[in-house]
Design a protein around this ligand. Sequence first.
Ligand code: NAD
Length: 361
Amino acid sequence: MSAFNIAVLPGDGIGPEIVAEAAKVLKVIGKRFKADFKLKEALVGGASIDVYGRPLSDEVLKLALSSDAVLLGAVGGPKWEGLDYSIRPERALLALRKELGLFANLRPAKIYKVLINASTLKPEVIDGVDLLVVRELTGGLYFGEPKGVETLANGTERGVNTMVYTTPEIERIARVGFEVARKRRKKLLSVDKANVLETTELWRRVVIKVGKDYPDVELSHMYVDNCAMQLIRNPKQFDVIVTENTFGDILSDEASMLTGSIGMLPSASIGATKQRAMYEPIHGSAPDIAGKGIANPIATILSVAMMLRYSFDMEAAAAEIERAVEAVLAKGLRTADIAAAGEQRVSCVQMGAAILRELGG
Ligand code: NAD
């Protein structure tokens, strides 16, 4: 039996509610697929500030570094908004990403037929959409030097940011893109602005070179402005999109909103080795509904499916969770965020329990 250590960090707001349901799913999957998941729960974000005065304690960082994967709920909330930026709950996420060396962010966007009306786009445009954005997380415009705002001799202010990528940085994110495409429909689109930005001209050259190692994956290229248009015009054409940090930030938000339901969307951030990965829903701690028991746990449960697929190579178990989610939606179960007017709503625990039943738990 394979054994995996998982650091479970529920965080704040609805975090503990949704993570509790995801942890139950892991237990059932462990039994069915003969894997020993050892879950160790710890405080992060505002919950950690309240106890330790810091959003990420050394012990929790050590736990994350020594685990095979991290499952995170969400952090933040009005209680901690007045604090200095350096000790805000969100700092914990940045520190975890940095210390774990997470350089690739994976964000799938999939349309569920039964929720098609949750999108603001026409059903015929989005029916069948199933894509994944791979965003580079640690380089590019957000981190490049020089940066800052300076005042020139004539009093004019000048702001500078620099888009920088080195060959190894592009190679490693390209490899993630190809590997992920291999686990899907084997189509990889690299998004750049190679007609204007030299940095992304290099990006394109390196991606093409890495592509030689993946002859089974069909590689194509698109400029970022066209990609932003195509995501709205004909999103079905995409399988995996790999792109640099800033483009990925924007395109992954655009892609996720094709679905119109924030409570359904998982994500993964992965690093250089299989032991470096963090899985979390894309939404925040939803303080407006925290404690009411009405949060949608599906994004977190689907994050567990991503963990099984990308960290533990348990494709069958991952697919089984995704099937169970589709099955409960097909049966008409809806949490408040995805319920249409007049539809009956279930609680967070009821949604979790229904998925567990589908899984045979
Ligand atoms: P949010 O994603 O928490 O909530 C936006 C809206 O979506 C709210 O109306 C909320 O009720 C709803 N919602 C979100 N997740 C839901 C779910 N699972 N089920 C049902 N409804 C859901 O974004 P926000 O309100 O801008 O931020 C709230 C707090 O979360 C802030 O402190 C913010 O900094 C933090 N935040 C954390 C993360 C993270 O931990 N990764 C990400 C984004 C925001």
